[in-house]
Design a binder for this molecule. Structure first.
Ligand code: AVJ
Length: 328
């Protein structure tokens, strides 16, 4: 292959770019731009810049989810610890930071293992030593994997005790209800008894939901646009992020927040050697964030073969934490 051909194949074949992660992102971006309506998985938001922006979102006044879930965890840590029991083997799906797991670990008698699972666990290498020092007898084993296939993940780390899953932050809201049911079925099959603690954002006044995804400081807008900046950095694309408007709204029929990037003008973007045109007003759908009623979520869990147990909510009924038991 001559130099030109080599360069060309590098441009058109995302698998020929550096890391497997970048290759997956490149393939997903190409697919996203080829289909109508254009859409891409929200899992690609979380490069280091995106993760930092998400941490900022978690501290915003408008974004009630994180602080509400933390308050519920703190208030009911003892009840949760009793359900989990001694020598627990905790697997956290989509663990950003271990802050919330720490609230649970603080209340547990002699936890055996904490395995945070995320696409990238680079940010967790420092946390491993900290955690092992805080909890003598605990072994911390970060696992780099796509938690979209929970059964495969659970089979990759055979249990060392009573197995309990953590799926916090309403990350389950990124899945459609059908995908969420499949996820829960996989967890049910992989837990072998034990249980799952899931944080689920609740259906509420659309104005409150709207504010949570349209903060005054524009941090959510920056988080959304970072997807395009990340593509520019990792894939060599030439998106102009500021020529895409952040658009997030609550869709009550689907009970979900939809997040989009809407092209503010006609423009052409080059991705992996291909040109893609955006008409003015054309959108790239970047995220769904489904909301549930308490009963609606319990029904979904039952449909996945899990047995719904206690549910804890805040006084304003904004957020819920569910204990789901896995049958042996
Ligand atoms: C991490 C998926 C729970 O849907 O609320 C925050 C991500 N998107 N602001 C959410 C997010 C926009 C968040 N989850």
């Amino acid at each position: 292959m001559d130099m030109d051909a080599a360069l060309n194949s590098r441009k058109t074949d995302p698998a020929a770019t550096t890391s497997p992660a970048a290759a997956e992102f490149g393939a997903a971006m190409l697919q996203a731009l080829r289909r109508r309506p254009r859409s891409i998985s929200p899992k690609f938001f979380y490069d280091p810049d995106g993760a930092a922006l998400f941490e900022q979102i978690c501290g915003l006044d408008e974004y009630y989810l994180t602080r509400t879930e933390i308050a519920i965890l703190r208030e009911h840590a003892q009840d949760i610890a009793r359900l989990i029991g001694p020598r627990a083997d905790l697997v956290e799906f989509g663990a950003g930071t271990p802050d919330k797991a720490r609230i649970v670990l603080d209340a547990l008698p002699s936890p055996a293992r904490y395995a945070p699972v995320d696409l990238s666990v680079d940010h967790l290498t420092g946390a491993k030593d900290d955690l092992e020092r805080s909890y003598p007898g605990l072994s911390v084993e970060p696992l780099a994997a796509d938690f979209g296939r929970p059964l495969a993940v659970l089979m990759q780390c055979p249990s060392v005790g009573r197995r309990v899953g953590l799926f916090l932050g309403s990350t389950i809201g990124n899945l459609s209800p059908e995908q969420a049911r499949d996820f829960l079925s996989g967890v049910a099959a992989g837990l072998g008894g034990g249980g799952l603690l899931v944080g689920v954002d609740l259906v509420k006044d659309p104005a409150v939901l709207h504010r949570a995804y349209n903060d005054a400081d524009g941090i959510t807008a920056a988080f959304n646009r970072n997807l395009l900046s990340r593509a520019n950095r990792e894939l060599g694309t030439d998106f102009d992020p500021l020529s895409f408007d952040h658009y997030a709204f609550y869709e009550p029929c689907e009970q979900r927040i939809e997040m989009h990037l809407v092209s503010s003008r006609r423009q052409t973007v080059r991705v992996c050697g291909c040109a893609f045109e955006f008409a003015q007003g054309e959108t790239l759908h970047t995220e769904n964030s489904y909301k549930y009623t308490v009963e609606g979520f319990r029904d979904l869990a039952r449909g996945a073969g899990l047995v719904p147990g206690p549910v804890w909510c805040d006084a304003q009924h904004r957020f819920s934490l569910h204990w789901l038991a896995a049958q042996r």
